[in-house]
Ligand binder design. Structure first.
Ligand code: PLP
Length: 500
């Protein structure tokens, strides 16, 4: 059963928590108790594939889903039709004690696919289980990665429509192409004249507009969100921590029971929090190392206990980590305070009203038993991409390079030689311009066309361009709608009522 981190909603089953997304008190759903594993259970993971591992883990959390339902969700999501590596989340050895967990073999070449391929299956199963007759409308404002991954995940899912708004001039050319060429009978993509903040504010206002929501409900539509506060996005991320560990043991890199450290490039704190669940369940994880770019609000928090969102926002080469408010941190606070929902609510209202909160020394000490943190600027990130490429002949995207650098600093500063698993969150081809700049003299290129750069990167490194990215060059554009920021609600009505 699930409870809100702020205490008001409790005894929600998983299907209800996934359908609701966020609790009515503004809190996030957490399981009331975290299931514990045994050594025998862990051993059983070693010789089974990703899908079977997924089943064993999700079964512990989504206890109201039947075995058949879970199996169907998993088999639909994690297939080789959608992932270009049969391992789904392959573990790549780099040296004796350094490994990379590649989470970008899904359809959009970024780690969001690991959760957004299965969330739609879990949600549509939840609708059936809770006898929901209405249609769910997934509304998303995106600065790039999430929108595309949500579109791919939700396309042609029954009883669901998805509308993605993106800032007209605020996404990369590849990201825009990925979205405007999206196929599927239930998908809509709209450019908003404005920046990402305008777009996100527009979507938030629509979620909070009671009259508008009531009007939609009368027509049989219920708005919902696909962002990482939904438990249905977090739970599937726990799987790959276990899978990576099982692969370490399977390949003889590690003796079962010995600890590993994970280094995670972090934005909204969703990915690394899934690692925290894995550790609480009993997976032998030593430290969870939180890597940030120049937007280092989490580094400061994990070092001082002070979370202060009042700071300058930097646009960086690792844009998926450009964030000032890490929503999933609220779930960590719930556990650190031993489930004190009054305390969590207080921290969250301080953040909202004053822009900052301080957890104090005792809680900070508890956090630091598990977490370590550092941040890397763009200059060092690009140098890292080059160093890794030269030393190991391995190509990383900027997000992964940030993690790699932080992992090295951790080892230098602590002397902890436990095997490190760098969590790799995007294909280097998705951020081709930064990667090319790092390993080659990109300014000598006559034309910085996206497809020329993809080819050039492939030529230089011998790595294959992911098929879905290469296919964009000739994919027909099917979404050309552009709207003013004040017209987003009207556009939604137009889309929903005209397709009925
Ligand atoms: C979303 C994203 C992240 C950040 O993950 P969180 O779960 O928000 O911490 C890191 N790297 C890439 C490429 C992403 O798309």
């Amino acid at each position: 059963m699930y409870i809100s981190t702020r205490g008001e909603n409790h005894n929600f089953c998983a299907a209800e928590a996934i359908k609701a997304g966020i609790a009515t008190d503004g809190g996030l759903f957490v399981p009331m108790s975290v299931p514990k594993i045994t050594a025998k259970w862990l051993t059983e993971l070693i010789n089974i594939d990703y899908r079977k591992r997924a089943f064993k883990i999700l079964q512990l959390f989504l206890t109201d889903y039947s075995d058949e339902e879970l199996t169907l969700c998993i088999e639909t999501a994690y297939t080789t039709a959608k992932f270009d590596d049969a391992a789904i989340a392959p573990l790549v050895p780099i040296s004796d004690n350094k490994f990379v967990l590649e989470l970008w073999h899904g359809p959009t070449s970024a780690f969001k696919d690991m959760a957004l391929q299965i969330l739609p299956q879990l949600l549509s199963t939840a609708l059936r289980k809770t006898n929901e007759n209405g249609e769910i409308v997934i509304l998303t404002a995106t600065s790039g990665d999430t929108g595309k991954a949500a579109l791919e995940g939700f396309k042609d899912v029954e009883q669901v429509k998805i509308i993605v708004f993106y800032p007209h001039d605020g996404v990369s050319p590849i990201q825009r192409l990925q979205m405007v060429t999206q196929t599927g009978s239930n998908v809509n993509v709209v450019a908003v004249r404005g920046n990402f903040d305008d777009t996100q504010t527009g979507v938030k206002n629509i979620f909070n507009d009671v009259t508008f929501n009531d009007e939609l409900r009368v027509q049989g539509f219920q708005l919902s969100s696909a962002n990482s506060i939904n438990w249905g996005r977090l739970a599937p991320q726990i799987i790959y921590y276990f899978s990576a560990y099982a692969d370490m043991v399977k390949n003889g890199y590690l003796q079962q029971g010995k600890p590993v450290n994970f280094v995670v490039p972090t934005g909204n704190f969703g990915n690394i929090l899934a690692g925290y669940y894995a550790k609480q369940m009993g997976l032998p994880i030593g430290k969870l190392i939180c890597a940030s770019n120049s937007n280092n609000v989490l580094t400061e928090f994990l070092r001082t206990g002070v979370y202060n969102r009042e700071r300058i926002f930097h646009k960086t080469a690792s844009p998926s980590m450009d964030i000032l408010i890490s929503s999933n941190l609220e779930r960590l606070l719930y556990y650190i305070t031993d489930g004190d929902t009054v305390q969590v609510s207080r921290f969250m209202s301080e953040l909202n009203d004053a822009g900052h909160y301080n957890v104090g020394e005792e809680y900070l000490a508890a956090i630091q038993q598990t977490f370590w943190a550092d941040c890397v600027d763009d200059h060092d990130t690009l140098r890292m991409i080059q160093d890794i490429y030269e030393e190991y002949n391995y190509l990383t995207d900027p997000h992964t390079a940030v993690a790699w650098q932080v992992g090295e600093r951790y080892r230098q500063q602590t002397g902890d030689e436990a095997p490190q698993i760098i969590v790799s969150t995007a294909s280097p081809f998705k951020f081709n311009e930064s990667v090319l700049t790092a390993i080659d003299d990109v300014d000598t290129m006559s034309e910085k066309n996206e497809f020329v750069m993809l080819e050039k990167l492939s030529e230089l490194t011998g790595c294959l361009v992911p098929a879905a990215l290469a296919a964009l060059e000739n994919a027909p554009v099917c979404h050309e709608m552009v709207c003013e920021k004040q017209d987003m609600a009207t556009v939604i009505k137009h889309i929903l009522y005209s397709n009925k």
